[in-house]
Design a binder for this molecule. Structure first.
Ligand code: IYT
Ligand code: CU
Ligand code: CU
Length: 316
């Protein structure tokens, strides 16, 4: 008692029996050093299918750099929190990101009638909260952190199901020096219509701009473009860009090797790089797919058609 006194550990039922909220909070932690990543898993509190329809962040602005929510079946640990920095991950199996909070960025809202499906037979039996703590000098007073999220869940089937499409590169090598290195990925889309409504970019230090597109009949339409040096939240996607069977999804990350003396590879540490473009979308519940992954390198020929804006660094 006392540590996170007012945080409830039990789902709260309120309004009608269809709706409840779940608090996912760190259990009063002191991050061991600046730039710590700490994770904690929480079981989805029902065997039924439930839908996340809203997120409410509770984060200490002075210490929390960012906070991510994943869903998966087998978290790295199910008791207490663990260090989930570069070496240890979040889940043993495939995990899917569902929410991102980043300092100084407005949080994402799901559109009406859209929910992430969890529990039941969804393969999402645990929530994993990942916290990135920045400067720990704020912990000199020995207080403990109880930051986290509150989820609004409903058992009422939602007309549309939210999901994540991740485009990433796995073989990018950034040569040291001044010049620009592009990391391109692209995949043909061969499923039911998907409606992007938010996007998130992720690189480490060397990323300048990340852009994602739908290619239809040779025409490139922007889904989103952002500097990965800005808070890595989900930002609103370009409106009205649906994705249909036979479209291609494509993303480019622009890196610079400036200031480096050695090659930089894709990897988990802050000395490595990553090139990620996440699309948050919804699909009709009748044939919704909860996540997609594209790890295919985009061809030179295809990327000759990319709009020039994708090469323009965003200064922050
Ligand atoms: C090598 C890489 O790019 N890793 C990324 C993307 C990634 C996320 C998930 C890859 C796999 C996953 O199951 I979830 I395979 C990556 O680690 N990105 C970080 C977070 O860990 C999600 C990020 O902040 O986007
Ligand atoms: Cu962070
Ligand atoms: Cu990364």
């Amino acid at each position: 008692p006392g540590r996170c006194g007012s945080v409830s550990r039990q789902p709260l039922f309120r309004g009608n029996t269809n709706n409840f909220t779940v608090d996912l909070r760190m259990p009063g932690v002191v991050p061991p050093h600046s730039d710590s990543y700490l994770c904690m898993a929480f079981p989805v509190p029902t065997n039924e299918d439930v839908y996340i329809v809203d997120f409410t962040p509770y984060a200490s602005m002075d210490t929390v750099h960012h906070m991510l929510l994943f869903g998966c079946q087998t978290p790295v640990s199910t008791s207490g929190y663990w260090d989930c920095g570069s070496s240890q991950g979040t889940c043993e199996d495939e995990s899917s990101i569902m929410y991102a909070w980043a300092r100084n960025a407005p949080p994402t809202k799901l559109p009406k009638d859209v929910g992430f499906k969890v529990g039941g037979d969804s393969k999402m039996s645990y929530f994993v909260l990942q916290m990135h703590y920045g400067d720990v000098t704020a912990f000199r007073d020995r207080h403990r952190d109880c930051s986290g999220l509150s989820l609004t869940l409903t058992t009422k089937p939602q007309p549309f199901i939210a999901g994540i499409y991740l485009l990433m590169t796995v073989d990018t090598v950034i040569p040291p020096g001044n010049k620009v290195t592009n990391a391109d990925s692209a995949c043909e889309y061969s499923s039911y219509p998907m409606y992007p409504f938010a996007f998130r970019t992720h690189t480490h230090r060397l990323g300048k701009v990340v852009s994602g597109y739908r290619i239809r009949d040779g025409k490139w339409t922007l889904i989103g473009r952002q500097s990965p040096q800005l808070p890595q939240a989900f930002y609103p996607a370009n409106k009205g860009v649906d994705v249909k069977y036979d479209d291609t999804l494509a993303a480019r990350c622009v890196f610079t090797g400036e200031g480096k003396t050695t090659k930089t590879y894709i990897g988990g540490t802050s000395d490595d790089e990553m090139c990620n473009f996440y699309i948050m979308y919804y699909m009709d519940r009748k044939h919704a797919v909860p996540y997609f992954n594209c790890m295919k390198t985009g061809s030179k020929r295809l990327f000759q058609g990319i709009p020039a804006e994708a090469n323009v660094p965003i200064t922050v």
